[in-house]
Design a protein around this ligand. Structure first.
Ligand SMILES: [Zn+2]
Length: 108
């Protein structure tokens, strides 16, 4: 066995696969922001409807696979704007919230 052999999965093919699985996930979720109807996939993000903490938040291809396997409607598409607003309102992103309260202590 030649351990130094070039792996059959090149970075290029992995990226291509990641793009295609993301496209499938976006298509499954309706292809537009659930809040405002924005459709440009470059700014669409897959969101866990109920929210998750940072530790268990899935990312990238793992997230896309979870979307494709999901039968319970646990995921939705949000554009970057709506996603940030949702996170701020639900306090899902403590870093962002902290930033807000530092900026304006009256928020808390
Ligand atoms: Zn939106």
């Amino acid at each position: 066995m030649d351990a130094c052999k070039t792996p059959s999965y090149t970075l290029r093919s992995i990226k291509k696969w990641q793009r295609s699985i993301r496209k499938k996930a976006i298509e499954k979720l309706g292809g537009k922001c659930a809040q405002c109807g924005f459709t440009d996939p470059r700014a669409l993000q897959i969101d866990h409807v109920l929210g998750t903490d940072e530790k268990s938040r899935k990312r990238g291809a793992t997230l896309c696979r979870a979307v494709l396997e999901d039968q319970n409607g646990e995921y939705q598409l949000l554009c970057a704007n709506c996603n940030w607003i949702k996170r701020a309102e639900n306090n899902e992103n403590r870093g962002y919230r902290q930033l807000l309260t530092e900026f304006n202590p009256a928020i808390n």
